[in-house]
Design a protein around this ligand. Sequence first.
Ligand code: NDP
Length: 330
Amino acid sequence: NKVITLKSRPVGIPTQDDFGFTEESIPEAQDGEVLLKIKYVSVDPYLRGRMRDEKSYIEPFKVNEPLESGIIAEVVESKNKNFKKGEYVNGMLKWKQFQTSNGNGLNKVDRNKAPLRAYLGVLGLTGITAYLGLEKIGNLKKGETLLVSGAAGAVGSVVGQIGKIKGCNVVGIAGSEEKTNRIQEEFGFDMAINYKTTDNMYKAIADACPNGVDVYFDNVGGEILDAALANMNKYGRVVCCGAISLYNETKTPKGPRVETKLIKNSLLMQGFTVRDFVKDFGPAQKQLAKWMEEDKIKYLETIVEGFDNIPKAFIDLFDGKNKGKMIVEV
Ligand code: NDP
């Protein structure tokens, strides 16, 4: 039974050496418990924050303890009346091939309704983040211009497609030509900017959004956020979902001040974590499933094979190796 632990707290971009690989025996399910075998592991940028020893909205990982993330697992043995052998569940589980659980926090997933992996992506927290971030903060209206960064990623690709469903002009920012082509050709984005080959992001956004930006859905923070803020229209909304460009920084870089931009254009800028809206998860998931069924939302995923590759898949997020949701198949 292989286990992956946090061996040391990363400094800068995490490396393989920050992860420990150990083995332990397969536990036995006690009364009221299930034995789970993990199948699909979600790796997510926010896990980087949990590797720091600092107070946040979620507990930091402990050194030499197993890491955890959103995982789809199979019930291989059940002594809990709510779960049957052979069922699949979704939950925050450890990076261990086998583990027991008392069932708290586990949600059953139905593989007949959607492929199991979709429950980690478009029907899981990433899709729900896209939907509720736009709904609760973006307040997107038909005909507006929506700009989204991290646009070829798990959250960003869903944000852009929802923008199209709502009848908006959608512009995406991503880190390669393959990604910018793909989001336009497959996901219907109207325009896309490759931030890695653009030396003036302010101008690139101004050119791609001739009517200005009404809603900016920010997945990256940093200089791209600075450039987006300078292109916002009056009463624009900035949805602060993620700031991946800062997650590996050892010192927070200084940027231009934002207050005059917020005041002059009466902008709303609001951060959130998706768990703020936990009571809306059900309806959000239902709507996303409906759009998926109607083929209005397509999803993209990058599947990495093998338990031992979980750390590598996580590290690769910071190098943009994923298109859509990054998932490890164990
Ligand atoms: P993605 O699938 O978007 O993967 C991360 C992507 O970020 C990479 O593919 C890469 O794409 C891009 N990236 C990496 N480094 C940088 C950089 N320095 N500057 C700009 N882009 C970079 O991940 P998710 O969709 O899971 O998450 C997207 C964002 O949303 C993250 O910031 C995450 O923390 C946040 N998030 C927030 C939630 C909330 O509750 N608020 C919930 C879920 C996610 P590229 O090739 O384009 O550079």
